[in-house]
Ligand binder design. Structure first.
Ligand SMILES: Nc1nc2c(ncn2[C@@H]2O[C@H](COP(=O)(O)OP(=O)(O)OP(=O)(O)O)[C@@H](O)[C@H]2O)c(=O)[nH]1
Length: 420
């Protein structure tokens, strides 16, 4: 007995249209089938499961175009049941997938400066491959299950930033960032990291593997590229546009761009964000007493102290003559005040030696944190500036946090910065 669909599938095998005997019909493509059944000792059971039959018409020289899957079940001593299905498309896709895999592997094995890993929904490394081992020196045991921040120098990112990149990739289809990356031996290289969601184009909101943070299914691809060579060339241009010529810190432009970006991320996934404004005390007197070049040396010294005190992920910038601003991602008011005070004490304790002259100086600081009453960067800067003014008014060499009692912005120093 044969149903019409099976008959249609087997028709190309038949020379005379007679499909009365399955073994005879399949003789050309599965000659061992008859003996397999004969040798099958149990009184019932699966004789063969999803056996692929590549259909060539007899005498055909071309490669098979059709693949049929055959499952043969022995029902009892006298009856067999065959289940046939056309799996040509599935086999073709499998072959294409294998081919793509082979190509990708060949590329990844051949290139020296690219490396790829897959990440789970929380950004933990899901699989290790040779290219990442070669580029970063990490072994599989050290990588699998770790957050991808393992490739970043400590302090150069926060857990929130790592998740921001994943969300960015979800929204835009990719997320690219450039900066220092770290190898297993602790050495650094300049790299860019491209994160893209896997299974692009699908509605991932209903995919439990994608949405479940505990799922270990690959959800993102991360490609890291060593661009140290290219970086050399673009570094000069970048410095000119974004670095303060005197101190080497970020300049106003860089500060505002980075701060706007951070606040945009904060809007998407709320977290505490703080800002500190620092201003050297009585700086005019330093210039007047020791000369302008000595004043410059003091500013450079202050910049070094700022660099040494803050994390790599904090944005430290010179935003005016003797005024510096720091944006601290994932930091609340109290924590920011603590680190501001550490900087203040460090400056007070370390006078600068300029041409044999020891110049002691102090700084004042104003600290503010984002809250719902502030609409944007401008508001945060205003508050930090008001707190700084309060510190100056209350005697200098001190740190003040913003409170509603702080003097209003319009009373403040003409040198204050604004976001326009
Ligand atoms: N050496 C040097 N001096 C600068 C630079 N930029 C600004 N200044 C000087 O910094 C001084 C700032 O003086 P003021 O704004 O009066 O403030 P201050 O003397 O620090 O007093 P308080 O801030 O009130 O403690 C001015 O004399 C500026 O000329 C710079 O790049 N190098």
């Amino acid at each position: 007995m044969i149903n019409p669909i099976s008959a249609q599938l087997l028709m190309p095998l038949s020379t005379d249209g007679n499909l009365a005997n399955l073994f005879t019909a399949l003789e050309g493509v599965a000659p061992s089938l008859r003996s397999m059944c004969a040798d099958f000792a149990p009184s019932y059971g699966v004789v063969c499961n999803a056996m692929h039959l590549h259909l060539n018409r007899r005498g055909d020289r071309k490669p098979a175009k059709m693949v049929i899957s055959l499952t043969l079940v022995k029902l009892d001593e006298t009856r067999l049941m065959a289940v046939l299905g056309d799996v040509s498309l599935q086999v073709k896709r499998d072959r294409e997938l294998k081919q793509s895999d082979a190509w990708l592997n060949a590329i990844l094995t051949g290139v020296e400066d690219y490396a790829m890993v897959s990440l789970d929904p929380l950004g933990r490394i899901e699989s290790w491959n040779e290219s990442i081992g070669r580029l970063t020196g990490f072994a599989a045991e050290a990588l699998v299950g770790q957050p991808y921040s393992i490739f970043y120098p400590p302090d150069s990112t926060t857990p929130e930033h790592l998740l921001d990149r994943l969300r960015e990739a979800d929204e835009n289809g990719w997320s690219l960032d450039e900066g220092l990356r770290m190898r297993a031996d602790g050495s650094h290289f300049w790299g860019n990291s491209m994160i893209s969601p896997l299974r692009d184009g699908e509605d991932r909101s209903r995919d439990p593997a994608f949405c479940d943070p505990e799922s270990r299914e690959p959800a993102y691809g991360l490609i890291i590229r060593d661009i140290s060579d290219k970086r050399e060339a673009s570094e000069q241009q970048r410095k000119a546009a974004y670095c303060d010529y005197l101190t080497g810190l970020a300049n106003r432009r860089a500060f505002f761009e980075a701060a706007e970006l951070e606040l945009a991320r904060r809007k998407r996934s709320p977290r505490s964000t703080a800002m500190i404004m620092f201003d050297a005390d009585h700086f005019k007197a330093i210039n007047d007493t020791f000369g302008h070049p000595a004043g410059d040396a003091v500013l450079r010294h202050l910049a070094q102290s700022l660099k040494a005190t803050f994390r790599d992920v904090d944005v430290v910038a010179r935003v005016g003559g003797e005024e510096f601003a720091v944006l601290l991602p994932s930091t609340d008011l109290a924590a920011a005040a603590l680190v501001a005070n550490r900087l203040r004490a460090l400056v007070e304790a370390t006078p600068v030696l300029v041409e044999g002259e020891l110049i002691g100086f102090t700084v004042s600081a104003g600290v503010a944190a984002m809250d719902d009453a502030i609409s944007g960067l401008d508001g945060l800067i205003k508050r930090a500036d008001q707190a700084l003014y309060a510190a100056k008014a209350r005697g200098r060499n001190r740190v003040d946090c913003w409170s509603p009692e702080c003097p209003t912005y319009k009373d403040h120093l003409p040198g204050g910065i604004n976001a326009s």
